[in-house]
Design a protein around this ligand. Structure first.
Ligand SMILES: [Zn+2]
Length: 299
């Protein structure tokens, strides 16, 4: 495997965990009222609903200064965030929620199944919180979402679909957004990482083996969703920075790609199946080292 897998080991290398601000980049619009406010590691999306902001996922607590700066650079304020929606119970998606909720008074949302891990954190999540830098916190969600629930605010209605595998209760999200005078279908697949799904890892983390089968079933579950603008839980899932660069270079529709959903999910399924065939030694050899900087071409 010569090229870098977007589903491989993309955790920041040690130097970047020690100096997380190195991962900060400026925010940019994806559609008229949809913005990327994340960093090189974690995706965060901001939706201006006309009646307050929805924030989809936060970075780890160490990414909070960068997130606040990005929200400000777009001309918004943290106190305008009304809803914080978390895709799943992993630190790199909720580590800053408690702090942001304190600052904004926002209502917080997560799937009901993963909400349990917020109330009674399992050992592996406590470990993840420590590995991903200082000040990460669990949060107590205001709303626990069920499969098919909708989140409504202003002109935005987000449909939540449970797609277990990556965690037991990870959710995918679908809604409509306006760009270039048209309405487009936005989709974000929740939970594409599969490196933690080796038998050894699941056992170590006290998670059920069934997640290995659910991972495939979840891809099939959302296969027929219509998605024109695909977002990612992580920026390297949908090459969001590269698309932004293309927009800057004059290709104004770079974020609109109705084929990407199937390309992405098809690739994910294949890579996952290949992964299941690997021995623990092969997994360690192939995914032992972070490829994040290489992916961005950072020396
Ligand atoms: Zn995750």
């Amino acid at each position: 495997m010569g090229s870098i897998s977007r589903f491989g080991n993309m955790n920041p290398p040690e130097e970047y965990m020690a100096r997380p601000y190195l991962m900060d980049r400026e925010p940019f619009p994806i559609a008229d009222h949809l913005f990327f406010v994340g960093n090189l590691w974690c995706s965060s999306h901001l939706i201006d609903t006309g009646d307050g902001l929805i924030l989809l996922d936060t970075p780890c607590a160490c990414g909070l200064p960068g997130l606040i700066r990005n929200i400000g650079l777009l001309g918004y304020q943290v106190r305008d965030i009304k809803y914080i929606v978390v895709s799943h119970a992993h630190t790199d998606h909720y580590g800053a929620v408690a702090a942001l909720q304190h600052m904004s008074g926002a209502k917080t949302f997560i799937g009901k199944i993963d909400a349990k891990d917020m109330r009674h954190p399992p050992e592996y999540l406590i470990r993840m919180g420590k590995n991903f830098g200082h000040y990460n916190e669990f949060f107590i969600p205001d709303v626990e979402l069920e499969d098919g629930d909708e989140i409504s605010l202003g002109d935005t209605r987000i449909r939540c679909v449970v797609t277990p595998g990556h965690t037991s209760g990870v959710m995918s999200h679908f809604w409509k957004t306006r760009a270039g005078g048209k309405l487009w279908n936005v989709g974000i697949y929740g939970g594409a990482g599969f490196l933690a799904l080796s038998r050894e890892n699941l056992k170590k983390n006290g998670q059920p083996l069934i997640l290995r089968e659910e991972f495939i079933r979840s891809i099939d579950k959302v296969w027929n969703e219509k998605v024109d603008i695909m977002l990612g839980n992580h920026p390297f899932h949908n090459d969001v920075y590269q698309k932004h660069q293309r927009v800057e270079n004059g290709e104004k529709d770079a974020f609109i790609d109705p084929e990407e959903w199937h390309r992405y999910l098809g690739g994910l399924k294949q890579e996952y199946k290949d992964f299941l065939e690997l021995s623990p030694e092969e997994v360690a050899g192939r995914f032992g080292k972070s490829r994040l900087l290489e992916y961005y071409g950072i020396p």
